[in-house]
Design a protein around this ligand. Structure first.
Ligand code: GSH
Length: 213
């Protein structure tokens, strides 16, 4: 048996959990998937582990890890296998800048708690419009960023932490009806990533708690 015990508190369409699933898969790590029900008992367990009440939480040999990008970097440093951060300092910066643009500049503006508060303050139906606006705007900026750096993937032809963040934000854009059809660089990167098993297996549709088709 492996000395590494890994358990991931996840929700199939959580974009932040999706990033961690990709990182675990890229390293070829086996982990126990613990799907969380927002309104159920499992959420109490998450709260006891993460005071910020957010998914994902990864438990590695009893150590509790929160914040998806910090978890991805921990996985990168702790386990053998492919590295998600380029050895070149400038490329490493670029990959982190793209990851942070997505994880801090776009994603928090369209999560459940944000949309719910917008609805509460601005009225019924405003949450989805808010989410679509910020997704479109952030992804339009992202397209310009990757147009300067991309090869097959976001930073040239190596898979980096930037790529770990791209599929879920495009998925969320479609979910909230933001039209991303005019962003060819991102769409090509998304297609190339979808051909990598570690990315394909992390897709929401492949998760234990995904709705049955
Ligand atoms: N910065 C956190 C964000 C985590 C996050 O926003 N998770 C979402 C699911 S994708 C969540 O737990 N949302 C709870 C809410 O909307 O209240 C991370 O990257 O781990």
């Amino acid at each position: 048996m492996s000395k590494d015990e890994l358990a991931l508190y996840t929700i199939y369409r959580s974009s932040a959990a999706w990033r961690v699933r990709i990182a675990l898969n890229l390293k070829g790590l086996k982990y126990e998937s613990r799907p969380v029900d927002w309104n159920g008992e499992s959420m109490k367990e998450v709260l006891s582990l993460n005071p910020a009440a957010r998914i994902p939480v990864l438990v590695h040999n009893g150590k509790v890890l929160t914040e998806s990008l910090a978890i991805v970097e921990y996985i990168n440093e702790t386990f053998p296998g492919p590295k998600f951060l380029p050895t070149d300092a400038y490329k490493r910066h670029q990959s982190r800048a793209i990851a942070l643009h997505i994880a801090c500049g776009i994603q928090p503006l369209q999560i459940g708690r944000t949309n719910d508060k917008v609805e509460e303050l601005a009225g019924a139906g405003t949450g989805p419009k808010w989410a679509a606006y910020w997704l479109y705007r952030g992804i339009e900026e992202l397209e310009q960023m990757v147009a300067k750096t991309a090869g097959k993937y976001a930073i040239g032809d190596e898979v980096t932490i930037a790529d770990v963040c791209i599929p879920s934000i495009l998925f969320n854009a479609r979910r909230w009806n933001a039209d991303i059809s005019a962003f060819p660089v991102l769409l090509a990167i998304e297609k190339n990533l979808s051909e990598i098993p570690a990315f394909a297996d992390a897709h929401p549709s492949k998760q234990l708690d995904a709705p049955k088709a």
